[in-house]
Design a protein around this ligand. Structure first.
Ligand SMILES: [Zn+2]
Ligand SMILES: [Zn+2]
Length: 537
């Protein structure tokens, strides 16, 4: 079996792992690279495979850094299945369409610029139409359901507790006379997050792919974070100012609605307008309401009391651009939740332009800010940032609230790892900035004595190399001694023979069932090949 690390390694975006067993090829995640022009170039790379020959894509969750290149693959000929949970499919419906729209808008903008400078036209990575077409290939499954994919390959999705529908993927692969279990965490949730359940524990794996976004950091507790947010909102109300929250449309926005609802219900703040200024977040909130079977116990209990924690009378949803612009005419205190979460696209840029320079305003970051984004520059203390070609001073209060993170922190990741009873032979640490992944891998090695690696982009590996072959290779730099080679070849021969026998048995069984004359013809062909081989020997 072979693996190639195609993304989400030594960086947090572009998650994709290519797996191969014989002629069968499939991907786990197919994410878009984000965070600046340089890294985004990787999106144009065609894979080391042809999309037509890929059999499936196993998708951990709907975030664009995991799902964002699926429409591109479909456009290039992928006709396999995209296997994911139902909530992931629902979210992908709005998120991929939105992503297609962003691609079209960016290409249009680039084209206008190119025309002025006499350059060439730019085509979007994919369009809204491509995104819509790609949805046809999605095949939703339930959590905890064992799903056969093809001969000797089955998969199970467990709750990852990261966003609605997010999953840890357990994959069983038969190769030769062995079955191996591969586990992919996707993005691992932060325990205690509202709405979604806590991440499931996995007890065994032969190989593990572990995310490391916050592998070198500890979040403040959710309780502390709630208190901080409360203080910020109260202060803004006292000064009749606005709180701007750049938020990811999925999960974070719903968590904010949930928490603000709590403040208002408990009388901690007066009723004030809460603008949800992101069409994507509005659609995502609708999808949350439809998938209440994914909710945790606390949220279920609120629902049972007849309340909906996502239906807040104070919330004003602004779908159109006109409605969005009107927000800035409202002089009073208020909260504006807008996308994108990293401030590099969308309506949030307009709100930042209106508020970054005002000393009374508060900007509250709640999610990870990728290197190269405007959000990251503000968080890192930039004195000014460039928005719509204008230099805007940063005078507002800038806050980072980690406790609302949808990712496990270092403690959470190590705690999750400690539940393994049969530990993996090797752990691949991915989905983190290089320094962070290396730091976490060091810690795992020390604490759990496991073999850990941090793969490079496009690195290829053969998995489950038989121990004896690895030993011979490691022992000698030059040619191994003839005895070792003989021993190795014999083992190999035995393994191949066993594999062949098993396959032949399967063929004979199928031939007996006489499902069609095709099997008989193939059996005849196999017989002929064995005779050829025998006469050659
Ligand atoms: Zn995610
Ligand atoms: Zn991610």
């Amino acid at each position: 079996m072979k693996v190639q690390f195609l993304g989400g390694v030594r960086t947090v975006t572009g998650s994709a792992t290519l797996l191969e067993r014989g002629p069968l090829q499939w991907l786990v995640d197919c994410g878009m690279f984000q965070g600046g022009k340089e890294i985004a170039k990787r999106n144009d790379h065609t894979g080391p495979y042809h999309p037509k020959t890929l059999s499936f894509i196993l998708l951990t969750h709907a975030h664009i850094d995991h799902s964002g290149l699926i429409p591109k693959l479909v456009r290039e000929g992928f006709r396999g299945k995209v296997v994911c949970t139902k909530a992931t499919l629902d979210l992908c419906e709005v998120m991929l369409r939105d992503s297609g729209h962003i691609q079209e808008t960016e290409a249009e903008w680039q084209n206008r610029k190119n025309r002025r400078s006499g350059g060439k036209g730019a085509a979007p990575l994919y369009t809204v139409e491509d995104a819509e077409k790609s949805l046809r290939f999605f095949s939703p499954v339930h959590y905890n359901e064992m799903v056969p994919l093809t001969d000797g390959l089955k998969v199970r999705f467990q709750d990852a507790g990261h966003i609605l529908g997010s999953a840890i993927i357990e994959l069983w692969v038969e190769e030769g006379d062995k079955e191996k279990k591969l586990v992919f965490t996707g993005d691992l949730g932060n325990s205690g997050q509202p709405i979604v359940r806590d991440p499931s524990w996995i007890k065994e794996a032969d190989l593990l792919w572990l995310e490391s976004t916050y592998g070198n950091r500890l979040h403040k507790s959710r309780e502390e974070t709630i208190q901080e947010l409360l203080k910020i909102v109260q202060e803004a109300i006292a000064r009749r100012a606005k709180v701007i929250i750049p938020a990811f449309a999925v999960e974070r926005t719903q968590n904010i609605i949930y928490t603000l609802g709590q403040f208002i219900r408990e009388g901690l703040i007066p009723s004030l307008p809460v603008y949800i200024d992101s069409p994507l977040a509005i659609s995502a909130t609708e999808i949350f309401k439809k998938n209440s079977d994914c909710f945790d116990r606390e949220t279920e209990e609120i629902l049972l009391r007849g309340e909906n924690p996502l239906d807040l009378p104070e919330v004003i949803y602004t779908r159109t651009t006109e409605e969005s612009k009107a927000i800035n005419e409202d002089e009073g205190p208020g909260i504006i939740v807008s996308a994108s979460g990293m401030c590099d696209a969308g309506r949030i840029k307009h709100h930042l332009k209106h508020h970054l320079w005002r000393e009374g305003s508060h900007i509250v970051f709640m999610g990870y800010q990728v290197e190269g984004t405007i959000g990251r520059r503000i968080v890192d203390g930039a004195k000014s940032v460039r928005l719509f070609g204008e230099e805007i001073a940063v005078k507002a209060h800038i806050h980072t609230l980690g406790g609302f993170s949808a990712h496990a922190d270092q403690k959470g990741l190590l705690e999750w790892l400690s539940h393994f009873e049969n530990e993996p032979e090797e752990v691949f640490v991915n989905h983190g900035e290089e320094k962070v992944s290396l730091e976490l891998s060091h810690l795992i090695r020390e604490r759990f004595h496991l073999k850990v690696s941090v793969p490079q982009w496009r690195e290829k590996r053969t998995l489950f190399v038989p121990e004896e072959r690895r030993m011979v290779k490691e022992m000698t730099e030059e040619e191994p001694p003839p005895e070792a080679t003989f021993h190795l070849l014999m083992r190999h021969l035995d393994r191949n023979y066993k594999r062949l026998r098993r396959k032949l048995k399967r063929w004979k069984r199928m031939g007996q069932e006489l499902e069609g004359t095709q099997h008989l013809r193939q059996l005849e062909e196999v017989n002929r090949k064995i005779e050829d081989l025998e006469s050659e020997l």
